[in-house]
Design a protein around this ligand. Structure first.
Ligand SMILES: Cc1cc2nc3c(=O)[nH]c(=O)nc-3n(C[C@H](O)[C@H](O)[C@H](O)COP(=O)(O)OP(=O)(O)OC[C@H]3O[C@@H](n4cnc5c(N)ncnc54)[C@H](O)[C@@H]3O)c2cc1C
Ligand code: SF4
Length: 334
């Protein structure tokens, strides 16, 4: 499979990139290209002009006087996994980034690109001519091959890093050709499988901000894949628990589930269930059993809804147990 022909622009700043995207019709932003290029090879998009972020400098992670961790979305996923600042402040992000694909893809792929990837479906992420005559909804047509009786698209959003950032209460700074705005990380997602990211074509994420955490806390990230290899998640779960000074009572819980619907989902009911409770085995078991009750689970990539619901319980227990362990310092996290 070959890439279609395109022109490439390498502006030296995000502001210049946003202006180029605005004035040049048929252009598309690119960071590492690991997600965009395969889509172009499959004919899922064909920008005439690619505006690459590779011309501008990548800033190192920085901690402000108030303790906020500032990240440049252009940093590679390898840089996320190896940054001492990230590991120290938010080990959850290190864990999630370390579970993405392979070292080669993590070397090329970026934090911003991971957050802004397209939704995926077995019937979509391949050449149109492979087996179809009529385009499906996501290709601009009027049918769905996955669930033919339905009248909608069921593609799922499979980023591993987005659920982690939800649990860390992150926010993002967005540059557009007309200025700058800030959004909470959950505002980045539309939960529409046809257009999962809320950004306009000329908008670029230029900063990810993660607020300081106070008091003891611990996190866990668990991901189910069939083969345990270079695979997108069947389901992933990120957990961040803040504890009272006794290190056993849950003060605040954040649990976010990814890869089973059009966008990351906070498990709000389970978060409320955990808050104020002693983090005993029984409580973690009950929380894990409750998790799939209140969430939308879409079957995908050969996994049935029931199977994913069971996997989700197991992964939640793993992530919660790791988070509890981290609180009491077994893994060195405080
Ligand atoms: C074989 C393979 C396996 C993979 N496995 C996993 C996995 O297990 N888990 C997982 O989470 N992901 C996985 N991925 C996806 C991977 O995370 C992404 O390919 C990578 O993170 C995308 O980063 P990139 O810089 O290459 O994005 P690009 O391909 O450059 O861009 C992807 C999209 O994001 C947009 N974008 C990029 N940066 C910004 C920005 N700063 N602001 C706004 N929009 C932006 C682009 O316009 C484009 O639409 C896999 C990909 C491959 C090819
Ligand atoms: S789920 Fe969406 S992408 Fe997959 S075949 Fe149906 S319409 Fe196409």
């Amino acid at each position: 499979m070959y890439l279609p022909k395109f022109f490439i622009e390498r502006p030296e700043s995000s502001e210049e990139a946003a202006t180029l995207l605005k004035v040049q019709g048929g252009s598309h932003l690119m960071a590492g290209g690991t997600e965009l290029f395969p889509r172009m090879k499959y004919g899922l998009c064909s920008p005439e002009i690619i505006v690459s972020l590779k011309g501008s400098k990548v800033l190192e992670p920085r901690i402000t006087a108030g303790g906020t961790l500032m990240l440049d979305p252009k940093m590679s996923l390898t840089a996320v996994t190896t940054s001492p600042e990230i590991h120290e402040k938010v080990p959850l992000l290190t864990m999630a980034a370390g579970r993405v694909a392979t070292r080669e893809i993590r070397n090329m792929g970026t934090l911003g690109g991971n957050l802004c990837q397209e939704t995926r479906c077995l019937y979509f992420n391949q050449k149109h001519t492979f087996q179809f005559r009529e385009p499906c909804f996501k290709r601009g047509g009027g049918i769905c091959y996955f669930i033919p009786k339905g009248n909608k698209c069921w593609a799922v959003f499979m980023s591993d890093l987005a659920p982690a950032l939800f649990c860390l209460d992150a926010s993002a700074s967005i540059v557009e050709s007309g200025g700058v705005r800030q959004i909470e990380i959950d505002e980045l997602y539309t939960h529409d499988p046809l257009k999962p990211i809320s950004l306009n074509q000329d908008e670029i994420i230029t900063k990810i901000m993660i607020p300081n955490k106070e008091g003891p806390s611990g996190s866990g990230f668990a991901k189910f894949t069939m083969r345990g290899g270079i695979e997108f998640a069947g389901v992933n779960v990120a957990v961040n628990l803040a504890a009272e000074d006794d290190l056993t009572t849950c003060k605040k819980a954040r649990i976010t589930v990814g890869a089973v619907s059009e966008g990351p989902q906070r498990a709000l009911e389970v978060e409320v269930f955990l808050e104020g409770k002693n983090l005993s085995d029984d409580v973690l078991n009950t929380a894990s059993q409750k998790i799939s009750q209140s969430l939308k689970i879409v079957p995908h990539h050969g996994y049935s809804k029931g199977y994913l619901a069971e996997c989700l319980k197991i992964q939640t227990k793993t992530a919660l147990t790791d988070a509890r362990k981290a609180i009491i310092g077994t893994t060195g996290e405080k």
